[in-house]
Ligand binder design. Structure first.
Ligand code: AQP
Length: 345
């Protein structure tokens, strides 16, 4: 398969696969917890950034929204600093090998392994019988996302660690079953502390795209007024601002706002606490708003510009898919040979 017309991926410290679902409002949690980190990793790793639409449909997505959200995620990533020329930024469904390898992995992974996945239990909730089969086998597709590129590293949050373990188990079982080391065992790249951004309405729940209340999150597309209003309305408590991390205990909302401020200013907690000590919550929220606007404003403006030019976004994604297909098709070919599928002539 040729990569003619596109820049080849660079050989660096390793190969990273990162994924994000086009499930709606990209938010500050996605930015601080994932996208910003991916931008930093570009320096040292060969990166494949995948907009995982196949994963998104494991729960219902309105088709019109899905198309818009897919372009919006691409725009958000480019606006935040993902370099689609040096790396590959692409849509999962544009690379059929993900789904093809996932089927092979459906036959490698054991039922017992999937039964232990806590995210399925959380997402399916009490309505388990009515959950899609896709939601259940989601971790096998995630393993395929990673291994179809023989990725060596995967940036994961706490919530995805179990899925990465499963990907390693699948890689290992495949290699042993077929007597050939086809797949590397991918390593986690763990994000630093304080990177889990919580809901502005409930400090015990993570900020999430699919949470009904828009006041629970700062969207990457929010303007100054929306950011100010949401931080103003953000839940706090009647006590003064904490002055030490020990005072965060039982004060998840206050802790969350301060952690967001520290992450936005890229500073350690003690330094931030020293700066805000003695402030009223209202004054701190104004500071937080100004900081968030300064960080998100330029991203927001660039996202809007890109969203006004969907043809350009589609062109970037097509180029990314070309690079990704070039790698994935070779790996899938190797897998099919090892499994014993009759070659197509
Ligand atoms: N609140 C968060 N704090 C820190 N990191 C977060 N991520 C998501 N929410 C937070 C990280 O963003 C990346 C992409 O996430 P995803 O789109 O694959 O799905 P998710 O983790 O399920 O994110 P959402 O926003 O909660 O989406 P929905 O509502 O659709 O389930 C991941 O690296 C994730 O850790």
């Amino acid at each position: 398969m040729s990569t003619s017309g596109s820049t080849p991926l660079r050989p660096l410290a390793g190969r990273i696969l990162s994924g994000i679902q086009p499930t709606g409002n990209l938010h500050l949690g996605n930015y601080l917890g994932a996208i910003r980190n991916w931008v930093a990793l570009q320096k040292d790793f060969e990166c494949l950034f995948c907009i995982v639409d196949l994963h998104a449909i494991t729960v219902w997505q309105d088709p019109k929204d899905l198309i818009r959200n897919t372009r919006e995620v691409a725009a958000g990533m480019i606006a935040a600093g993902v370099d689609p020329v040096a790396n590959a930024l692409f849509v999962q469904s544009h690379v059929p090998a993900h789904a093809q390898l996932a089927w092979v992995f459906n036959c490698v992974a054991r039922l017992g392994w999937l039964n232990r996945m806590t995210q399925f239990k959380d997402k399916a909730g009490k309505n388990r019988e009515n959950a899609s089969v896709g939601l259940y086998v989601y971790p096998n597709l995630m393993a395929a996302d990673i291994l179809v590129y023989k990725a060596t590293h995967v940036p994961v949050g706490e919530d995805q660690k179990q899925h990465l373990e499963l990907a390693r188990d699948i890689a290992q079982k495949f290699n042993i079953d077929f007597g050939k080391t086809v797949f590397p065992l991918p390593e986690p790249v763990i994000r630093g502390p304080g990177m889990r951004v919580m809901s502005l309405r409930d400090g015990l729940k993570k900020m999430s795209k699919s949470e009904e209340s828009d006041y629970s999150r700062i969207n990457m597309t929010d303007d100054r007024d929306a950011i100010a209003l949401k931080f103003q309305k953000a839940k706090t408590d009647p006590l003064p601002l904490p002055t030490t991390p020990a005072e965060f205990e039982d004060r998840p909302e206050a802790a969350n706002l301060i952690n967001i401020y520290a992450a936005l200013t890229d500073r350690a907690l003690p330094e931030v606490l020293a700066e805000i000590t003695g402030l009223q919550f209202s004054a701190f929220k104004t500071k937080l708003t100004e900081t968030a606007v300064a960080v998100l404003g330029p991203i927001n403006a660039e996202m809007k510009r890109l969203m006004n030019d969907p043809t350009e976004i589609d062109r970037v994604l097509a180029r990314g898919a070309e690079k990704a297909n070039a790698i994935a098709n070779d790996v899938l070919k190797e897998v099919y040979e090892v499994v014993g599928f009759l070659p197509r002539h």
